[in-house]
Design a protein around this ligand. Sequence first.
Ligand code: SF4
Length: 467
Amino acid sequence: MIGGLHEECGVFGVWGVPHAAELTYYALHSLQHRGQEGCGIVSVGEDGQLRRVKGLGLVSKVFDGSHLAQLPGNCAIGHVRYSTAGGGGIENVQPFFFRHHTGDFALAHNGNIVNSYELRRELEDMGSLFHATSDSEILAHLIKKSTFSQNDPRIFSIVEALNRLEGAFAFLIMTKNRIYAARDKYGFRPLSLGRLGDGYVVSSETCAFGAVGAEFIRDLEPGEVVTIDHHGLRCRKYSDSIRHAMCAMEYIYFSRPDSDIESRNVHTFRRETGRLLATEAPADADIVVGVPDSSLSAAMGYSDVSGLPYEMGLIKNKYIARTFIQPSQELRDKGVKMKLSPVRSIIAGKRVVLIDDSIVRGTTSLRIVRMLREAGANEVHVRIASPPIKYPCFYGVDISTYEELLCASRTVEQAREAIEADSLAFLSEQALFDAGKRADLCLACFNGKYPTPLFTAIENANKDGKF
Ligand code: SF4
């Protein structure tokens, strides 16, 4: 899929390793696909001071050598952001940095809190003033409004605060003495732990471990908070009601193919969905073409089982400015033409099976089908390596309003007509479980079964026309 969906964020943390900010900088490059609108790093120097650099734009734009020199120390957390909840703007770029007489701290968050409206109102009524419009600040205020005394260990307040949150989150909190890493009790967003030298790293995706030379230890469990400090690691379950409802879109589209999520490599997952798709929805055709980059693994899988040759029929221009995937329809439309080119000598005169990972609005699919026909394809059979997306996401993924979703109110045949394909078929939900070798996943944008209560998220969605 080209420019259809966006993840909210990626987080990375380092504890106990020299040049921590520099390592975080390299790691954020690896996580850049999770957010391009802003990024930041906070480090703790030997003097115990927390220092921050953040800005709007790509990691390579916000940071240069001089910025990294302003961030000394062995500990750091970083963040890349794509705005969904709270909108864009520098005030929403993380990590957030809080000054408090009991000790300064920084916070970075990936996901979306579905009871943020209620919590924000409650906290404001108790005197909290929020700097940003995103919901990520709420955890910091909950920690400081804890019923525990300031003399009690901070982890008590953190556990109490985490138990108030509903929704999807991976949080990193850094004080001058330690990093706390926490994952929501449903396990929507990935968060992995690694070893680097004498210290530790935490990352939204394991691909960042490769970038800094870290060794994977394990994934954080849903409902777990890990404390990292000079004593080492301490792990604590903060909730008993846990699920393993990982966002299926992490496997299907967001995460990098070289990342492993809960013991399943992303490329391997996608290739398996392609294999299952070929079994569930065969096509009478000559070649298999994937939409680069996220659908190439599924296209290989489809080719494996169908016996049709896998061809590079579409080429992605890697050097288009990221401004073409900013969140506006007009820019997205331009982006498709600029980003993809058909290879005429491969396409002309062929019956093409076009593999895409998902369909959101369908406008991109329509353009690609037309592009292939203009390049001389005799037939274009579209096969989607996921079920039809019919419902909005409340967990930090920019899935558009109900009216904009191609499949929300159309049959498969109507969707086929809308994208002008010769045939169209989708993967089953069961195939996603089989490809992931797992029994639980969040599939809410496909089937409307939201793993959490939605609080006023539903009411707000109604106002926005999401339902
Ligand atoms: S609703 Fe869809 S995009 Fe959102 S968390 Fe669930 S699977 Fe992911």
